[in-house]
Design a protein around this ligand. Sequence first.
Ligand code: S3P
Length: 428
Amino acid sequence: MKVEGTLRVPSDKSISHRAIILGSLAQGETLVRNWLRSADTLATLEIYRALGVEIEELKEDQLLVRGKGLFSFKEPNDILDAKNSGTTARLTLGVLSAQPFFAVLTGDSSLRQRPMLRVVRPLREMGANLDGRGEGKYLPVAVRGGKLSGISFFNQKASAQVKSALILAGLHAQGTTEVKEPYLSRDHTERLLKLYEVPIEVEKGEKGITVRVKGGYQPQGDKEIFVPADPSSASFFVALAVLLPGSELVLKDVLVNPTREGFFRKLKEMGANIEYTNFREVSMEPVADIVARYSPNLKGVEVKPQEIPSLIDELPLLAVVATQAEGKTVIRGAQELRVKESDRIKSTVENLQRIGAKVEELPDGMVVEGKTPLKGGVQIATYGDHRIAMAFTVAGIVAGEFNELDNPSCVAVSYPLFFEDLKKVLRN
Ligand code: S3P
């Protein structure tokens, strides 16, 4: 088996969520071109509709968001459901904190186990009234929003969801809201705010990055946002091209924002043949076509804690690739993986062991030793986690036989047509 041809994978999930949320807060229309229509982003769409925003799905993956400005939302008349989406939940808690009404946010059984205090605590400090299960640790969380004041917050985990929640709350707050982080986490909220003409200050110092936003600036609508292809979705195909002899694949229009392309950088460091062409800027984001080719001499690498945010969602897949690289790959400082859609350290290690890889679990990562021949046709426990499902589909193809996923449909969270796209580029 090899992969060949050209593919445009679905659009970026992080930017699609933010286009809906910021479009809803803007004064004037936003036309979102190529938005990602997946389970996660549909959860966001439904929540902002329930808050009274008119959002229309047009043909060809276009979305028209008719924003009426800050403080134009209405009290929802039922519980809001973020389903499986951490980004929807955490960013929306930031928005709800500033609204002068009552709202309750919940999610599916996975999201209800994921930590919310990381946003609840600083939002309380800004003056919002939030309560929830385990005193605000878990969803459902009830919010009675109100007048907020800016705070200065140290974002220890470099979480983009926490940073974005506070920036969104800060837009509505009195004074300046400041978020400092040790390393830059994905910065799509900041870039989109620039598109919406909101002054936002980003200061890069020796000890990290500080983002400042002053309350009271109304995001200006009548904008178009082009959403590029999602690098996290492209990664599965880049991995296949690199691992399958004779492969050459072009991935079109991929977001190559430095806070997101860590997986491609790491693969290059391992010795993979990956090139960017047709580099350009679209809606404030760097975009390129990626050419990936079979790369027979991969070497194990070390992933350092400061590199983690830029490839956090690709780590299960990186571990799969590492089984085919000579020597050790060490992933450390990735304890955040334990609180994703599944405990991704456990779900990755457990499934890697099932397929015959040499792997050792660490509290904050794992060590993979290659090169190991993989078993295919193995039963995979996805834990309902889309990225585990796709990473171990890649592993099966590399092994020469598709693995059996217990829940293949969970790919719909970010990539509803993943298996169809695979068929388009796989050749015997
Ligand atoms: C996301 C941020 C990351 C990432 C998630 C999407 C975002 O989470 O893992 O898939 O869109 O802001 P953290 O902010 O928890 O690191």
